[in-house]
Unconditional design. Structure first.
Length: 626
């Protein structure tokens, strides 16, 4: 009797009547009922969140600038992500308590004021209050937390963008003012340069003034010492000039008398010439002789006429000398009178020149100090100008589009560029590997509610343990394959879950079914009724360690060994690769592990068949039977 014969006989036994056939059909449909209905019910719950009622309460009083609460409420209600209802705080509280609303979001009274407080440097953190009720549904709490976080991040991005925009506008304002300051510093530097040049000229002039005033003071001191005796000398000069004037006046008077006598003498001689001529003519002297006599007389009086002319000239000169002496005497007297004032003025001028020299020296020192200060001022202003121009290059001054883009980036600096290697698509598709694996195990488990793990007839006939063991397993393997094919047909065609590699996924699922049926068969063959209980225990252990919902790395450390040893985790992993991406080296590991479990399970079944060839009292009358 071959293994196939044993398996065929077992299948014929299960189809001998109508009820057994229905029972076999039910066994084939058990995984379908378990997995497909669950996946159908949870195919895309996130796509139907708009059916989930939620409340939003807007208590925001707003500010003069804007009413952020109203803006947020309008955006949230208009988003359509949930069944939003804008209600009062009391209605929201009561609605969440009575399961009318899954959760409620409340925007408090000071929401806008807190959001805009940073602009006044009185920062306050705005708060959004989330109200949930885990008695209604725990996942609603989780979803509500995500919604609240999304609203928070959206508001933070919006307000942050506006704040950053104002911040950058402030930079632009600073840039403009700094530009004005830099231009002013440039003008100031130019003025300081001109001031330095003028100050240098002034300093040079002060130095020249100091030198000149020193020379003037020395010269006036010399002049003062030289003119100290001038009043006495001018007095003596005035007295001498008066005496000279008096003597010259007397000489001029004597000269006037002499001139008068000489003029009279000349007049008398003219009269004598006439008288002589008359007498000669009276004596009868010819006219020619008379003229000769007159000529002789004229010749004789010529020295007298010449002397008269000289006398008259000398008298005029003596008069001029007397007049000049008089004026000299008057001038000398005036000079003598003003000499004390002159020497006093010279002395005052000398004192003033000395003071001027001292002041000029101080002025020169002050100008040198001022010149040095002006140089420092010019250097400092130049450094200020250069520093402002250099700082101006460091101040951002973006244009409007760049400023807006920068503000948006500051408010939301990180974006997620999702580049998934594999994408399940929906929530149901994401759970499919786990529930297909689980349904396959449950299908294998329920098969042995009707199937006999080992053929008693074959054992009694002395068939080899290997044939008996394989024959007992093949019947469950055939039904397990039928379960997988029906399950995959429903999951893909009816539920609508897309499978990236259908043939590979079906083949791997058939391998998983063969392995699971072999394991459950081995437990039932080795332990009998207890094996069914052990199969249930093994199911529970794999449920908690397979990592079907959360990543297996999040399991408690104590469950790590179970995940690494038990087969369901490898089935889940293999199905994920084949449903979403394709075979990989990790898939080869999964296949290898399942083949190892399959071989070990058949070996255990062979051992059980060998042991059951010996009949014992406990076998004939077991303590527990299911």
């Amino acid at each position: 009797m071959t293994s196939f014969r044993i398996a065929l006989n077992e299948l014929r036994r299960l189809t001998a009547g109508t009820l057994p056939k229905l029972a076999m059909a039910a066994l084939v449909l058990v995984p379908l009922l378990y997995a497909s209905f669950y996946l159908y019910a949870n195919y895309d719950p996130y796509g139907r969140l708009s059916k989930l009622p939620a409340a939003i309460v807007n208590e925001d009083a707003g500010t003069q600038e804007r009413d952020v609460g109203r803006e947020v409420t309008g955006d949230v209600v208009g988003s359509g992500t949930f069944g939003w209802h804008e209600v009062s705080a009391a209605e929201a509280q009561q609605g969440v308590r009575e399961d009318k609303y899954s959760f409620a979001i409340t925007i408090p009274k000071d929401f806008s004021a807190a959001l805009l407080s940073s602009g006044n440097f009185t920062p306050q953190q705005a708060t959004i209050r989330l109200t949930t009720n885990d008695a209604d549904n725990y996942l609603s709490h989780t979803i509500a937390n995500q919604v609240a976080e999304q609203i928070r991040s959206t508001i933070a991005e919006k307000v942050g963008a506006e704040a950053a925009n104002r911040f950058l506008i402030g930079f632009s304002t600073i840039y403009g003012k700094t530009q004005e300051a830099a231009d002013g510093a440039t003008q100031l530097a130019d003025g300081a340069g001109r001031l330095l040049g003028g100050q240098q000229q002034l300093a040079d002039g002060a130095s020249q003034l100091t030198t000149g005033s020193t020379q003037l003071s020395a010269g006036l001191d010399t002049l003062r010492s030289s003119t100290a005796a001038l009043p006495g000398q001018t007095r003596q000069l005035a007295d001498g000039a008066a005496q000279v004037s008096s003597g010259n006046a007397q000489v001029a008077a004597a000269g006037a008398l002499l001139a008068s006598g000489s003029a009279d003498l000349r007049s008398n001689l003219d009269s004598v010439d006439g008288q002589v001529a008359q007498r000669l003519r009276a004596t009868g002297l010819p006219e020619a002789q008379v003229q000769q006599v007159l000529t002789v007389l004229r010749d004789l009086r010529a020295p007298v006429d010449q002397a008269n002319t000289k006398i008259q000239t000398a008298s005029s000169q003596l008069d001029q000398l007397a007049d000049g002496s008089r004026r000299v005497a008057a001038g000398a007297a005036a000079l003598a009178a003003s000499a004390p004032q002159l020497t006093g003025g010279i002395s005052q001028a000398a004192d003033g020149a000395s003071a001027l020299s001292t002041g000029a020296a101080k002025l020169n020192d002050g100008e040198n100090t001022a010149l040095e200060g002006t140089r420092q001022l010019s250097t400092a202003v130049g450094q200020l100008r250069d520093g402002l121009n250099e700082g101006l290059k460091q101040i951002p001054n973006p244009d409007d589009p760049t400023r807006t883009a920068t503000a948006d980036t500051i408010a939301d600096p990180v974006t997620v560029d999702s580049a998934g290697v594999a994408n399940a698509g929906t929530y149901g598709a994401g759970l499919a590997p786990f529930f297909v694996s689980l349904a396959t195990w449950i299908g294998a488990f329920v098969l042995f509610l009707l199937l006999r793990p080992l053929s008693a007839r074959a054992l009694a006939a002395g068939v080899s343990p290997l044939r008996v063991a394989v024959g007992g397993w093949l019947a469950s393997a055939v039904l397990g394959v039928a379960q997988v094919l029906v399950l995959f047909g429903a999951v893909t065609w009816l539920v609508g879950i897309h499978v990236a590699h259908p043939l590979g996924a079906i083949g791997f699922a058939i391998l998983a079914s063969l392995t699971f049926t072999a394991i459950v068969h081995a437990l039932n063959a080795m332990f009998g009724a207890v094996g069914k209980f052990l199969g249930l225990v093994l199911l529970v252990l794999q449920l908690v360690s397979a990592g079907g919902t959360f990543p297996w790395q999040t399991l408690p450390d104590a469950l790590y060994p179970l995940h690494l040893v038990l087969p369901m985790g490898y089935v889940v992993d293999g199905l994920r690769h084949l449903l979403y991406t394709g075979a990989s080296l990790q898939s080869l590991l999964d296949i290898g592990v399942l083949c190892g479990w399959l071989a070990a399970a058949i070996a255990v079944s062979v051992l059980a068949a060998r042991r059951q060839r010996v009949w014992t009292v406990s076998k004939l009358r077991p303590e527990l039977s299911l």
